[in-house]
Design a protein around this ligand. Structure first.
Ligand SMILES: Nc1nc2c(c(=O)[nH]1)N=C([C@H](O)[C@H](O)COP(=O)(O)OP(=O)(O)OP(=O)(O)O)CN2
Length: 139
């Protein structure tokens, strides 16, 4: 089994805010991340696919194709956008890294299997700040 990885980049704004809570409680729990006027991050999105190399191409999945899927399905929808307001797959959801990465997984996993049926999405790492990142294996 070989693991192949593609990294893409985007920036996006968001706000951590639970609408069921008061403004005061949101400020208490999320601090500056609950700022009414949003804040932004330069995100790195790292996507790993696993599989056996195709005997004809030597590829698990063409990394150019993987990059195109990640760009078309995710980056083009979130880059220079507000995650709370502009992104259909985040509508009504908490814009934390944890929720964001699980929604990204739901989109990428079937898209990858569609173009490379012998491969599987293995892992996503979403880096929000130089200090903060989440990792997800789909379970
Ligand atoms: N479990 C989570 N915790 C936090 C998330 C998250 O998505 N999941 N998000 C944030 C903020 O959106 C943002 O990441 C700011 O975090 P913060 O640690 O305050 O910022 P820095 O990495 O720049 O660290 P400094 O200590 O401010 O230098 C918060 N928590």
């Amino acid at each position: 089994m070989i693991y192949v990885t593609r990294k893409e980049h985007f920036n996006a704004a968001h706000r951590l805010f639970n609408p069921a809570w008061s403004e005061e409680k949101n400020q208490e729990v999320f601090g500056p991340c609950a700022n009414n006027n949003w804040h932004g991050h330069n995100f790195e999105l790292i996507v790993t696919v696993k599989g056996k190399p195709d005997p004809d191409t030597g590829f698990v999945i063409d990394l150019k194709v993987l990059g195109d899927i990640v760009k078309e399905k995710i980056v083009d929808k979130v880059d220079h956008k507000n995650l709370n307001l502009d992104v259909d797959f985040m509508a009504g959801k908490m814009a934390s890294c944890e929720i964001f990465v699980t929604e990204i997984w739901k989109i990428l996993a079937p898209a990858i299997e569609n173009v490379a049926p012998n491969s599987r999405l293995h892992y996503i790492k979403l880096i929000e700040t130089p200090k903060n990142f989440v990792e997800y294996y789909g379970e």
